[in-house]
Design a protein around this ligand. Structure first.
Ligand SMILES: Nc1ncnc2c1ncn2[C@@H]1O[C@H](COP(=O)(O)OP(=O)(O)OP(=O)(O)O)[C@@H](O)[C@H]1O
Ligand SMILES: [Mg+2]
Length: 275
């Protein structure tokens, strides 16, 4: 059975999609079969992975509203070990319909208990910037939550709201086994006093929950997103790419999976075609 990781923060623009794409891609590079599912109606994962809209055949929207089978919505990415399911929300009517059907908060959990998830070691769920129905669906389905936190905004309230919701879901037995894999500091500018102060405050407040690895603010990360490429394949030796690989190895040890060594990452990279 796959380990299901929801990437969640109700605050917008904190690096959820970038983190979901690059952690999923890093896992694929080290040959761990991974399925990335976009739960955000804005569909940014498809753009970040370089999908032409005309190449998209079905997604979570169709599965939620139309009983389309999950397996028919799986898309192959440019990485052999990474598969992808888009949201495929196209119109604003779709968007409200999607939110409505997601009121049944067990939809994604039930889908991922089926045979599809068994073909993967990891399923990564990229969530929208809210704690509404769609995110709750992801939290009920997940084993663990990865919380990206933008180091340039001190947005602790959003994290506290999320951690409270996780507790409620556990206490009300909607998902008793849900854990927090950790808080990953993103877009970190270590040259600024405010960046360092925010990192320190987060570590003081959330202690061991904060990843040792931080993701630097790095123009190549932004550029890779814009060009529809995971930065871990676009700028292999760049600071953003190396940090996402390190964060992936740290995530593996945090969730009790054996991390491969850095040398295995290099080996994985050699097996992937870069252009
Ligand atoms: N490490 C980074 N360095 C520079 N830019 C980054 C970095 N990480 C993300 N970005 C940029 O920041 C913006 C927000 O990132 P992203 O879309 O991943 O956030 P999000 O939390 O998914 O946003 P939303 O809440 O809208 O879904 C994007 O333009 C992305 O390219
Ligand atoms: Mg996003």
């Amino acid at each position: 059975m796959a380990l299901i990781i929801a990437v969640v923060n109700p605050k917008g623009g904190v690096g959820k999609t970038t983190t979901a794409i690059n952690i999923a891609s890093s896992l694929a590079i080290i040959q761990r079969p991974t399925l990335l599912i976009d739960m955000d109606p804005d569909g940014a994962c498809a753009i970040g992975l370089g999908f032409d809209p005309s190449a998209i055949h079905g997604g979570v929207f169709d599965v939620f509203t139309d009983h389309t089978s999950l397996s028919t919505t799986i898309h192959q990415t440019s990485l052999p070990y990474l598969h992808f399911i888009p949201t495929n929300v196209v119109t604003s009517d779709h968007e409200s319909q999607f939110a409505e059907v997601a009121a049944d908060r067990r939809l994604m959990r039930d889908l991922l208990r089926g045979p599809v998830a068994d073909s993967y070691e990891f399923v990564i769920l990229d969530c929208p910037p809210s704690l509404a129905n769609v995110t709750i669906n992801a939290l009920v389905a997940a084993d663990t939550v990865l919380i990206p936190v933008n180091a340039s905004q001190f947005a602790v309230k959003a994290i506290i709201r999320l951690i409270k919701l996780i507790r409620i879901l556990r206490d009300k037995q909607a998902n008793e086994k849900l854990t927090v894999a950790g808080l990953l500091v993103t877009m970190h500018d270590k040259r600024t006093r405010v960046g360092l102060q925010i990192e320190k405050d987060l570590r003081d407040m959330f202690k061991h929950l904060v990843f040792d690895t931080t993701i630097p603010i790095n123009t190549r990360v932004n550029e890779a997103n814009y060009k529809g490429r995971p930065v871990v394949t676009y700028d292999v030796n760049g600071a953003g790419s190396v940090a996402y690989m390190d964060a992936t190895l740290e995530l593996l040890s945090r969730v009790g999976k054996t991390p491969r060594r850095r040398s295995d990452v290099a080996l994985g990279h050699r097996n992937v075609a870069h252009d």
